[in-house]
Design a protein around this ligand. Structure first.
Ligand code: ATP
Length: 341
């Protein structure tokens, strides 16, 4: 049903997902296990069309290509994401949250029937239908998040760490509920750090390390595999070698410029080591920015800046650009020394 093949994703130069391939069929739970930073969330986001990085590869749902589709179209194709942290609206009631999930075309007409099915699967939600969600326990809130995703009438539920932050009792309750969702005929693609409990309810599993799938198998086989036990089930608990986490991208122009300047000024005075900042790129950006400033038209945002400049920031931006140009000049003066080495 869901077929992922050679899926890759990169944030800048950092390749967070490296050619992952997997399948999820109707009525099965597939779990993705991996250490922190292995690329699990990136994989789910790339499948659901919400990965902020550069995504390539193939994702099909019942034969339909999903790569490049906007997230709402992917929901229409039958994939619903329950994100880490749940993404529910605390000030709204259980039923209001659930009904928000029925917004897609594929779900709207059948919303009353779907709501009834969700309440049958999660009787507690029916009891609490008028309760404001922020007053519920973590486990109950997770049920609301899953119920809301189910309201879009999906064929596949993608769940990012659904047991995160839940007590052992609530975890048990959650995994029981997920089994019930699978038994209702949905396919579940689940990222989990709770390897033991997730494998106990799963049909199959994949192990992700440094963005690549390194092993796959039936859940029971994985549970009994000594290497899996060692790495994920509290055996010798050898830490997985991981690339150091990439910093999340800075959003503000001032932050980007300040980071560039810090790196440049810190490194430029010591000739023996080559600066890690790409000064060529910096110069090109500074030149592009300064030629734009020479024109009488209003200054447009330079290319790397994704967001429009906030109001009243023109002076600040101007100052930053001047600083970049100064830094670039210093870098250019520094380069001949390096060439002589
Ligand atoms: P965890 O279990 O800790 O949530 P994960 O396996 O889900 O980790 P991801 O969140 O997919 O891992 O992250 C994989 C790598 O990509 C990490 O090195 C992370 O720092 C990096 N990364 C994730 N999101 C971004 C982003 N928006 N911008 C830059 N780098 C990112």
């Amino acid at each position: 049903m869901l077929d992922v093949s050679s899926l890759s994703a990169a944030y800048g130069k950092h390749r967070a997902l490296d050619g992952a391939s997997l399948k999820v069929a109707k009525g099965e739970i597939v779990v993705i296990l991996g250490a922190n930073g292995a690329g699990k969330t990136t994989l789910l986001k790339a499948v659901c069309g919400v990965c902020p990085g550069r995504v390539s590869g193939r994702v099909t749902m019942q034969g339909a290509d999903l790569i490049g589709l906007p997230p709402h179209r992917i929901v229409e194709e039958g994939i619903a994401l329950v994100p880490e942290g749940r993404g529910i609206f605390g000030e709204m009631t259980v039923e209001e949250n659930l009904m928000l999930g029925a917004y897609p075309d594929r779900a709207r007409a059948e919303a009353p029937g779907t709501l009834d099915r969700v309440y049958t699967l999660f009787p507690k939600l029916r009891e609490r239908r008028r309760q404001v969600v922020r007053t519920m326990s973590g486990g109950e809130q997770q049920m609301v998040a899953i119920g809301r995703a189910m309201m879009s009438n999906p064929a596949i539920l993608a769940l990012d760490e659904p047991s995160l932050g839940l007590s052992p009792i609530l975890c048990k309750e959650l995994f029981r509920a997920l089994k019930a969702v699978r038994d209702a005929g949905l396919g579940l693609l689940m990222v989990e750090q709770n390897a033991r409990q997730s494998l106990a309810i799963a049909d199959r599993g994949y192990l992700l390390e440094n963005g690549a799938i390194v092993h796959e198998g039936r859940a029971q086989e994985l549970l009994n595999d000594p290497a899996v036990q060692k790495a994920y089930l509290g055996g010798a608990a050898a830490p997985q070698p991981q690339a150091p986490p990439m910093p999340k991208p800075t959003q503000s122009p001032a932050d980007i410029a300040a980071a560039a300047l810090r790196g440049l000024t810190a490194r430029a005075p010591s000739p023996p080591t080559r600066p890690t900042i790409d000064t060529g790129d910096l110069v090109a950006r500074a030149q592009a920015a300064s030629s734009r400033r020479a024109t009488p038209a209003p200054v447009p945002a330079p290319p790397p800046l994704q967001q429009p400049a906030p109001p009243h920031s023109a002076d600040r931006l101007q100052r930053i650009l001047t600083e970049i140009e100064d830094a670039a000049r210093r870098a250019e003066q520094y380069r001949p020394n390096m060439k002589r080495r």
